[in-house]
Ligand binder design. Structure first.
Ligand SMILES: Nc1ncnc2c1ncn2[C@@H]1O[C@H](COP(=O)(O)OP(=O)(O)OP(=O)(O)O)[C@@H](O)[C@H]1O
Length: 413
């Protein structure tokens, strides 16, 4: 291991090059894994990870070693050129374990897109929003708010889950909740009431499962995007809730679609059963309205489902940190996303300690742990095939557009 710089990475001091190397040997190969850093100052901070594997049984006859693979340093790996190219709309969903830096990475990507000429919308579907904190701007209120600073328009939206759930509650209750139950009881159509029980709507609304808020949030975004005035956005970045919510979110549109489908079928049955006396009910028009709303909600759920699986327009970026626990969770997330046919190509390993010449005991231990976690990623069948983007731990709090631009310029290359 060779190092020539200071211990603490800083945005204000200049650190020079360093290189650390670990050698691993097994029955037929020798692997060298190391971190490599070139410089760190206020304008540029770069850290890289190289891995080099030499297969013993692939040695050429003249006995010189053959280099099998050398990963490029992180400067080249994010593939931002591909992410930014084209003017057709693209969706990026950033997700992972709680606290790993999803919001910081999502917000920095949104700033980078906007500064690269894309009118961009960044949306938080995490019920515990932190976009406002990240941009250091009040983005609450459930409406699109312009973010000041970037070259091209950047808007942010924090979905208010309570409001979205309330809207959902009002349309479902008009169609499948107490309104219809009372109505059917009054009409002597009690046998249909049984079918309502199956929908478990009361349960769904009173104790919403993790993922419901997200599904409603995304459906809300789709509703926004359907309108003409939001046609301008060519990049949409989602800052999603922690892993568990995301996984349930994937199956939720199917569940909601089925539930709403049942409500609508039930509504049809009631309509035909009562056709003879339908005119008696003055509120017919209102129920028709609610039925339309419900049908639109259902259509949006179908779109949410399709959106998650559209390889041409959507990508789920997993964010993790170099700890065994976070890596294991990321591996499970990746497996679930792949199983659900959600496109995943990139993995951000955030908060990596940049190399230093004078590691204190704490930093040395931390570095060792991080190297072990990187090792696990390299050997993980779910994660090793993803493009790894390395993001260093920086010594400033990432808050506000300038800080997000700084992070974005390091991460998204
Ligand atoms: N590369 C980094 N260097 C230094 N600090 C970072 C880095 N990435 C994130 N942070 C800090 O870590 C904290 C958590 O980051 P962030 O809010 O982006 O995580 P999150 O995954 O969105 O969290 P949550 O799951 O709670 O929404 C913030 O204070 C952020 O500034």
């Amino acid at each position: 291991m060779a190092t020539t710089s200071c211990c603490v990475p800083s945005t204000s001091t200049t650190c020079s090059s360093s290189f650390s190397l670990r050698v691993k040997r097994n029955s037929n190969s020798i692997s060298f894994m190391g971190s490599l850093s070139f410089s760190s100052n206020a304008n540029s901070l770069s850290a890289g990870f190289v891995s080099l594997s030499i297969k013993q049984n692939h040695r050429p006859r003249n006995n010189t070693l053959q280099v099998r693979s050398v990963a490029a340093p992180s400067e080249a790996v994010a593939g931002f050129d591909e992410m930014v190219s084209g003017t057709q709309r693209k969706y990026y969903m950033l997700g992972g374990k709680g606290g790993v830096g999803k919001t910081s990475c999502a917000a920095s990507l949104a700033v980078k897109f906007a500064n690269s000429g894309h009118p961009t919308l960044v949306v938080s579907t995490d019920p515990a929003h932190s976009l406002s904190d990240s941009f250091a701007q009040d983005l609450t209120g459930g409406q699109l708010v312009p973010v000041e600073g970037p070259d091209c328009p950047l808007f942010a939206l924090e979905i208010n889950p309570e409001k979205a759930r309330e809207e959902f509650r009002s349309v479902t209750q008009k169609n499948g909740g107490t309104g219809i139950k009372d109505f059917m009881d009054g009409m002597g159509l009690g046998m249909l009431v049984e079918q309502l029980g199956e929908l478990k709507l009361g349960e769904l609304l009173d104790t919403p499962p993790p993922g419901l808020d997200e599904a409603l949030a995304i459906s809300k975004v789709i509703q926004f995007l359907e309108s003409q005035e939001y046609n301008m956005f060519t990049r949409i970045v989602f800052d999603t809730a922690p892993t568990g919510h995301t996984l349930r979110l994937l199956s939720l549109p199917d569940f909601l679609d089925a539930s709403i489908g049942k409500i609508l079928k039930l509504r049809q049955k009631i309509t035909s059963a009562t056709s003879a006396i339908k005119s008696v009910f003055g509120q017919e028009e209102t129920r028709e309205d609610a039925s339309d709303k419900l049908e639109r909600l259902r259509e949006r759920m179908v779109k949410v489902r399709e959106l998650f699986r559209d390889k041409d327009s959507t990508e789920f970026v997993i964010v993790t940190i170099p700890t065994v626990m976070a890596v294991n969770e990321s591996s499970r997330l990746s497996a679930s996303l792949k199983k659900e046919n959600v496109p995943v190509k990139r993995l951000i390993v955030n908060q990596l300690l940049p190399p230093s010449a004078s590691d204190c005991k704490f930093c040395a231990m931390k570095r060792k742990d991080q190297m072990r976690a990187l090792d696990i990623i390299q050997g993980d069948p779910e994660l090793s095939s993803l493009t790894m983007i390395q993001a260093p731990l920086v010594d400033v709090e990432i808050r506000g557009v300038p800080a997000l631009k700084f992070l974005g310029d390091i991460v998204w290359k």
